[in-house]
Design a protein around this ligand. Structure first.
Ligand SMILES: [Zn+2]
Length: 460
């Protein structure tokens, strides 16, 4: 640690740093939301990024503009993001200037991210109250485990030759992936304010690169502006955990219920001797509430399986809960390897339902049109590939003339993926009365056709 401090500019100089202002540009990737589970091609171009850090005060605000380089569901226009942390209060500032407090878990991640920088990491480690342990050499790097006075833990790696920090890594929780290593790597050190600061930063979650930044300008003890949490966020109550799920039931047909209520919906199907859910989304809280509601609605038949619409993390985040309840997962064949991986990953930092109640994975991969039928209920499953995801499953109920899909069509004016869906459905000559989106409201098929036409007219 002394070597690292000396290489950066000296322990006294590091302790004296009040603020850091770092400007740059780069690329963000789309972890958990790309077109296939293994794809890495969807990016956002980041410009005008500015991070201001109050080093001693533990406050930070980052603002940046990001423009999607793919068919993004929010549209192609650049988004301006502003996020901050002030002590225990994490907040986002919307384009309208309104600040909202973020959940404590997000605020914790931001506090950890504050230490993923050479000066802040070494400064925290130089604190006499910090604990250093397990000094070791791996390859061309020297590593040491640090626990700060405040209880934050990370590993600092320094280059064995230059002694400059190469990486800060910390264990973190991810709803879908469980225990992960969140790491930032540093390269291309430059002189600024009597210190060495990296001009290239690469951020990873395990092996997945989530962002790469090039620093265009950096300053020590420059004016940061006001880094206090905006009043609306500061006075908002802490969000200690995922809010409770509300499940609103709407019967769509005999043996078919829409389980909506918040942002992500499910559908319950009643077969002759069992129940099937479509979608256990988001997280344990949502998935377990939907599963409980299904069992409450039809208590005399076992719930045995869940049809998963696609691999995106917000739609697969409840699959481990489904596994813990003994459900078989039916998904596009292209997602099976991911779910096998997700089933066995450790969740020790935040033990989830499956960690507390281990069950073997039961998964059926669907690679061609498949019919689930027992005379009472008939369900057609169609593997579907579009610009939103190439490993989707559409569910069609031929008797009820319902088409269930996620993310591709939400009734309303902006429909970037809906034209592709309409085209593919037309080729199948399906008789559809109602579209059942897992993110929006049920809509007549005629409205779907009208929305697509309006979107195409607007695009031309
Ligand atoms: Zn999606």
């Amino acid at each position: 640690m002394n070597d690292a401090a000396a290489a950066i500019g000296g322990a006294d100089r590091i302790r004296a740093v009040k603020t850091l202002v770092i400007e740059g540009e780069g690329t963000q990737y789309n972890l958990g939301q790309d077109v296939t589970p293994s794809a890495h091609g969807q990016t956002f171009t980041v410009t005008d990024a500015r991070e201001a850090i109050d080093v001693a005060g533990g406050r930070m605000r980052i603002e940046l503009t990001r423009k999607p380089n793919f068919a993004y569901f929010q549209g192609p226009q650049p988004q301006r993001l502003a996020q901050g942390i002030d002590g225990n209060v994490g907040y986002n500032v919307g384009p309208n200037g309104a600040a909202t407090r973020v959940p404590d878990a997000v605020a914790n991640d931001r506090r950890d991210a504050l230490l993923q920088y050479p000066i802040t990491a070494v400064r925290a480690a130089l604190d006499p109250m910090a604990k250093l342990a397990n000094a070791r050499t791996e390859g061309g790097e020297s590593l040491v485990d640090v626990t700060t006075a405040g209880g934050q833990a990370f590993t600092l790696a320094i280059d064995a030759t230059t002694k400059l920090p190469t990486r800060v890594a910390a264990r973190a929780d991810n709803t879908n992936l469980g225990d992960v290593v969140a790491a930032t790597s540093f390269a291309d050190y430059q002189d600024a304010g009597g210190l060495k600061m990296p001009a290239r930063l690469t951020i990873k979650v395990d092996d997945f690169t989530t962002a790469e930044y090039r620093v265009t300008k950096q300053a020590v003890d420059a004016d940061t502006g006001d880094l206090a949490a905006p009043a609306d966020a500061a006075k908002a109550p802490a969000i200690a955990s995922v809010p409770p799920a509300t499940v609103a039931v709407e019967q769509l047909a005999k043996g078919v219920w829409y389980l909506a209520g918040q942002s992500h919906h499910s559908v319950l199907l009643e077969f002759g001797d069992h129940l099937t859910l479509i979608e256990t989304p988001q997280n344990d809280t949502r998935a377990l509430a939907v599963i409980a509601k299904a069992r409450e609605l039809v208590p005399n038949k076992p719930l045995t399986e869940v049809i998963n619409s696609h691999h995106h993390f917000d739609h697969s985040g409840g699959l481990r809960a489904a596994m813990s309840e003994g459900l078989t997962i039916i998904t596009n064949q292209g997602n099976v390897a991911l779910y096998e991986e997700i089933a066995k990953r450790p969740h020790t930092i935040v033990p989830d339902a499956l960690a507390k109640n281990a069950k073997p994975l039961m998964v059926k991969g669907i690679s061609e049109d498949t019919v689930l039928s027992d005379g009472t209920m008939t369900v057609n499953l169609y593997p579907f590939s579009g610009p939103h995801s190439e490993t989707m499953l559409l569910t069609y109920l031929p008797r009820e003339r319902l088409l269930v899909e996620a993310d591709v069509y939400n009734p309303g004016p902006v429909q970037s993926f809906a034209a592709n869906l309409l085209e593919q459905l037309k080729k199948r000559n399906l008789r559809i009365d109602r579209m059942v989106p897992l993110h929006a409201k049920v809509a007549p098929y005629a409205q779907f056709v009208k929305d697509v036409a309006a979107a195409q007219a607007a695009a031309n």
